[in-house]
Design a protein around this ligand. Structure first.
Ligand code: ATP
Length: 244
């Protein structure tokens, strides 16, 4: 049994079908990266996995339990935490307050404010700073820290490097690489070099579908970029599964 099993998942925004017939299994300890052009459906898929957006059809099982209709806060209690695109911190609350807010729905576990501050050295001395006054990199560290405070089994990271300086991205990925040993992660990332460096497996989405997936070691950069732009042999609609 995989930690996460997604079968034939469809997700809509009104009439627009953003996620189409996704099948996905994630094993405990894996780091899976999702790449794809703007509008490919990556954020919608992540939000559907977190319970922030309802599935139209299909199923999501987590640790053997059918969570397809489970509310987001109950998924947090089961061990699924989303770091949303755009971070979504409470700007008028301090770093510590933002982190402590995550306690309400969390699983039992060992993450504390101190542990988060140790994991992200750029937050040292910023504990009482208001989140709205932080740099983008610091805010992203708080957003990831807030997810960690729920003691997740599965961490969903949506475009954590968006809008950050290269140095801030380096810091975020250094922290994630440290976590990767013990955590299971699905991350949406536009930067292919980061993806190739951190992911065990890559999924490429196009127009709501997975058009290419495989272990990072078996995919070339050219294969991934071709799938990204819909150039894979036969086009996206006939290339449901590509070279594994
Ligand atoms: P990006 O990299 O731009 O975030 P993405 O791959 O994450 O793109 P989504 O944000 O999931 O893609 O969008 C998938 C499709 O759903 C797009 O066509 C988008 O316009 C549409 N969409 C996303 N959010 C909404 C919404 N709240 N209401 C209506 N349509 C939406």
């Amino acid at each position: 049994m995989s930690m996460l099993e997604v079968r034939q998942l469809d997700v809509r925004h009104g009439l627009l079908q953003a996620v189409r017939a996704i099948d996905l299994a994630v094993e405990s300890g894996e780091t899976v990266a999702i790449v794809g052009a703007n509008g490919a459906g990556k954020t919608t898929l992540m939000r559907a996995l977190a319970g922030a957006h309802p599935a139209t059809s299909g199923t999501v099982h987590f640790e053997g339990e059918d969570i397809t209709r489970l509310a987001a806060h109950k998924r947090v209690a089961r061990g699924i935490a989303l770091v949303p695109e755009g971070r979504r911190l409470f700007a008028a609350l301090s770093v510590e307050e933002n982190l402590l807010l995550a306690r309400s729905a969390r699983r039992a576990g060992t993450w504390t404010v101190e542990a988060v501050l140790e994991t992200f050295p750029n937050l040292a001395g910023r504990r009482h700073a208001l989140a709205g006054t932080l740099s983008g990199g610091e805010q992203q560290a708080v957003a990831i820290g807030r997810a960690l405070m729920t003691n997740p089994l599965l961490l969903l990271l949506d475009e954590v490097s968006l809008g950050l300086s290269p140095l801030a991205v380096d810091r975020v990925y250094a922290a994630l690489a440290n976590l990767a040993g013990g955590a299971t992660m699905i991350l949406v990332e536009q930067d292919l070099s980061r993806v190739l460096a951190i992911a065990d497996r890559i999924l490429c989405m196009l127009e709501g579908r997975i058009v290419l997936q495989g272990p990072t070691s078996s995919l070339t950069r050219a294969q991934v970029t071709d799938a990204y732009f819909g150039l894979a042999a036969g086009g996206p609609r006939t290339t449901q599964r590509a070279p594994a």
